[in-house]
Design a protein around this ligand. Structure first.
Ligand code: ZN
Length: 233
């Protein structure tokens, strides 16, 4: 399996303390726990985003996206290309503030707006324990520090809601949701604010690794065409 991780890498430049929590930056840290003998991982940042082209996406099974400050610096042509490959079967794992990325909003067709506030304590609940993304994940995970994301989250009705987030300030959030667009599987996962440490938690790593396996296409990627189909009978 081939995984491509995009992290815009802007916060790391402005706030080098992020490297203390996430050595190699968010992309480097995600790669460190996702890569195995069977999974090769390539990373790109906003600076190297031009590496994302048709041939790289053709060989990519799952794209992971982390962005926040520079969503608008991602070119529309790049978004169109990614969209085409998702419809052909490439999986997408959109993390945390990727809810406002151009590609996620294009796939959803809504504003993807939500309530937000820094410095909350979150309790994440598994509400769909038999889903493959929840495999080996405990019923509940406590994140001592995380950004509050609250409802209403303006997304189309998810195919599945796997995780529900509760915040100590009272808000709740659909923290882990899936959709299918074309042949591609999409998973949105809320934890992962840049100044906190959610990605270092083994349970969160298990969820992301499960999501990568779930989103991987189960057959060769293929364009969906509108064909004049000859009758078989
Ligand atoms: Zn954040």
């Amino acid at each position: 399996m081939k995984v491509l991780i995009y992290n815009e890498g802007v916060h790391e430049k402005e706030n080098p303390e992020i490297f203390d929590t996430y050595p190699g930056g968010i992309h480097g840290y995600l790669k460190s726990f996702i890569e195995t003998e069977d999974i090769t991982v390539e990373t790109v940042t906003l600076e190297t985003i031009d590496k994302i082209n048709d041939s790289l996406l053709e060989e990519t099974d799952v794209l992971i996206w982390w962005g926040h400050k520079a969503h608008n610096d991602v070119k529309d042509e790049t978004v169109e290309l990614i969209h085409k490959h998702i419809l052909k079967g490439m999986g997408l794992v959109a993390l945390h503030s990727a809810h406002h990325s151009k590609i996620f909003k294009k796939l959803m067709g809504t504003t993807c707006n939500l309530k937000w506030r820094h410095d909350a304590r979150e309790r994440l609940w598994v509400i769909n324990p038999y889903h493959p993304i929840a495999k080996d994940v405990p019923e509940t995970i406590l994140l001592e520090e995380e950004e509050m994301y609250g409802e209403m989250f303006d997304i189309p009705q998810p195919d599945e809601v796997i995780f529900l987030g509760w915040f100590n300030s009272g808000e709740v959030f659909r923290s882990g949701c899936t959709w299918q667009r074309g042949y591609g599987k999409i998973f949105y996962f809320q934890p992962g604010h840049e100044t906190f440490s959610a990605f270092t938690k083994p349970e969160i790593q298990t969820i992301i690794k499960n999501a990568v396996n779930w989103a991987c296409p189960i057959r060769n990627k293929k364009e969906i065409i509108c064909e004049n189909f000859k009758g078989l009978e």
